[in-house]
Ligand binder design. Sequence first.
Ligand SMILES: *Cc1c(COP(=O)(O)O)cnc(C)c1O
Length: 655
Amino acid sequence: MSKPSPWTTKDAEDYYGFKRWGGNNFSVDPQGNLCVHPKGDHRKIRIADIIKEVEASGLKPPLTIRVQDMLRQRVIQINEAFRKAIDEEGYEGRYRGVFPIKVNQLREVVEEILDAGEEYDFGLEAGSKPELIIALALLENRKALLICNGYKDEEYIELALMGRRLGKQTIIVVEQLSEIDAIIRIARRMGVQPQIGLRVKLTTAGEGKWADSTGENAKFGLTASEIVEVAQRLTKARMKDALRLVHFHIGSQVPNIGTIKKAVVEATRFYCELKRMGFPMGLLDVGGGLGIDYDGSRSAYESSMNYSMEGYARDVVANIKQICEESNVALPDIVSESGRALVAPHSILIFEAVDRITRDEGKVDLSKGKPHQLISELEAIRKNKRKFDPLERYHDAKEKREEAHARFSLGNLKLEERALADRLFWDICRQIRADLAHTADIPDELARLDSMLAEQYVCNFSVFQSLLDHWALDQLFPIAPIHRLNERPTVQATLVDITCDSDGKVDDFIDLEDVRKTLALHPFKAGKPYYIGAFMVGAYQDIMGDLHNLFGRVNEAHVFLEDDEADGFYIEESIPGYSVERILGMIQYNAEDLCRMLKRQVDKATKADSVRPREGVAMVDLYERLIRGRTYLIPEREEKPVKPVKLKKVRPKGK
Ligand SMILES: *Cc1c(COP(=O)(O)O)cnc(C)c1O
């Protein structure tokens, strides 16, 4: 076997796919550090430097890094994509996008999007009362749209109509037939001319993991017959003028552009018909669904997409134009509600691998005494004295190991012997895998050896808090170490989190074709942290994450490029994750009560002389300190009290 050629940073880029899924936003420097290019140009920031800076302020990983310039870039990109498509198609109408707040509600995210989108009159979409409450306060641009979706009660409708009174472009999208009467009634009472949209139930179904938003059984939208009904009720109420918009949403992360085209065509037909029936209209809203190429394969695979943002804009514009022209209908302004595509890329989750779980490695010493018959047999298989082929050898070893476990349960095998049997078995598996390293056609059973032998890297984070869709929907996210990329990663591993849940793991990874069952990582270096990043986690994960095992939100840092320095950056804001005290409060435990309860027990023990007074004081101190401390692990090398958090400098005005 020839010696493998030296590992380069280019190999790391290929293996982890940085360029494929990250485009111009990621590169590896000669020292093996992953760098982020917030604006996709030459200016870059070493991710390790961000971690260092944030740690200096007392906040450790797990850490969400928001690269705010990247968020701004995406807002500009979608607006420019539509602007270009409209130019090229000679489309007589504008693009008027909105950001659906539900995809990432964090104030700093919504504010950044509005700021970057100001010159495009970029608006907001709300799907609930709390989201509408955010939107009404934040969206001051009177030329921007405020689309109101979701189930609505009277309060919701009243609030939306209040927006009209303040001169906002609020559009209430009717999702259920019952809503129309309430809108008419409340608008009359308030003396407001409403602007109304209709969400149509398309026959075109979405696809992929998020496809349930359409089709006959979708929980949202009006059927053709309900639309006719709404049209009649509006006419009867003399509110024909209110109907302005047709809306559809076929689900998130639509991998196939063909599906999008079909839906656009069908929705445009609804638009043209309503126009023909004499409603003013003017807006066609194509909803969300614009995908993210998480695995970088550019395919119609679930975690990917077979089109670009620019291609999407072109297809939307061209198809609306064609259908409207065929029906002799004036072209509408185009609205889209892309959430995932705007916010997924800007956010990186950093966590530390803190331990490794290996498959019974260790020396097997059979020199002393006569080993148990079973052990001798396993040793013979290990030495492969009978020159069996790999599959036979594997079957034999597996059978002997099962026998060893059965005998142990019956009391016929000692613990030490069982341990030896396990070690021998895994040793045999490792040998078989090494022997097959350069074989093309590996039997299925042996192909599984890779994942059976994979180590588990224990990582200081919670899948349920930070990568919920990986657990819930098997969604793939790019995952890679953020340093040592100039070293060959020699360990095949899967990741496990620190929750007490066996589902808290990542054992599917992106690949160009299909899915990788293990990820190559580096062995630990004593005393040095090993940081891993999960990328493109800015959409949905933050808010859907849950409190399993009470870990809660992770620390967060918002990073900006420094304008005047070549490679400089600054942290605009850092937000501490949940403390134990805070998370306990959410489930009705008051920290002071708990401290008092513990202290009472300590006092009792001191009185009974089972605990010395000095020890008792120390116990109460520890308990009180940790209740204010953080929920995630504090790796051994950093056993210092957490310093108070100081907020970093505020971004200069007018940026
Ligand atoms: C969730 C949602 C969106 C956002 O979809 P993305 O695929 O994330 O762009 C847009 N519109 C509506 C009505 C939604 O419910």
